[in-house]
Write a protein that binds this ligand. Sequence first.
Ligand SMILES: Cc1cc2nc3c(=O)[nH]c(=O)nc-3n(C[C@H](O)[C@H](O)[C@H](O)COP(=O)(O)O)c2cc1C
Length: 344
Amino acid sequence: MKKNKLIISILVLISLNLFLYADGFMELNRKAADLRAEGKYKETAEMYENHIAENGPDALSYYSAACAWALEGNKDTAFKDLSLSIDNGMLELGWIKTDEDFETLRDDKRFEGIIVQLENKITELENNLPEKHNEKIIIELPKPRFESDISLEETLHKRRSIRNYSDDPLTMEEVSQILWAAYGLTKPYPGGPAFLRGGLKTAPSAGARYPLEIYLVAGNVTELSAGIYKYKAEDHSIVKISDGDVRKKLAKAALEQSWIQEAPASLVYSAVYSRTTDIYGDRGRERYVCMDLGHSAENVYLQAVALDMGTVAIGAFSDIKVKLLINMTREEEPIYIMSLGKLE
Ligand SMILES: Cc1cc2nc3c(=O)[nH]c(=O)nc-3n(C[C@H](O)[C@H](O)[C@H](O)COP(=O)(O)O)c2cc1C
């Protein structure tokens, strides 16, 4: 989906919840969308360029300005802003290739040049990703509990997408419980086939292929240093991938959705599609992997309610940026982020 539609769809989703996120960039996009709808492309482009002049360069603003200049028919400025967008970190090859706003640029050989330049840049970045993660630092998680003071019906009744959290850190018990709910073992199968990766889990999976991987992006979790960790269901542990608080960068990769930065932690889901497509072909890619993801994510929503926590499923982000930030293995593709925090 191209950028403007993506941002507008987030705004629609959020306004459905009657929240007002008059956050700077969101507000800019809201106003720009109104101007675009009236056909005022030059004014739209200038609005983004003013934003850049006041706040410094950023890839999304240059990209949006390029879209508006292309619609205005000002090809030279459109190409200039599109190049500046790439220089400032725009990696969305799919957007550029398919964006209807760039119809007027497609026949120009500068367009092909930009595509090739970006393809080469992305290939180089992806080649630096690991084929496998080394598992030097493994942290055992507290045992999950299987009982609760709240009924399943009440968790269903109370479930909501929550984007505001208290400043309290999450505990290791809470993180452990959430990860277990997401993809923890419920029927261990020691010595079972490799694809089971430890056994049957809390979420159903087509053919028990378990295509999902889950990362914990921790910023404020007691007794856990800020960093990126990968969940290992087979022994209910997490493996350290990298040190440091990347919440702000993750929010940026998710089109500035600020709740990701403010949440003490987030889950980032990826999928290794081939685990499912090897058996089910296209049906696996088009249907089963996302169905698997939905089962796991709903578990997280309901478990969060039972822990007096909030979460929101986030599908709007730059795939390549999230993949690079997390340092996923080459075969993984990011598919969901779920920010997590205690209720305010
Ligand atoms: C596939 C999918 C993608 C979503 N993407 C986002 C997102 O990028 N940002 C966000 O804030 N909410 C996102 N949501 C949450 C929806 O906005 C939310 O579920 C919807 O408004 C209904 O509210 P409820 O979950 O409280 O019932 C997404 C939900 C789904 C199922």
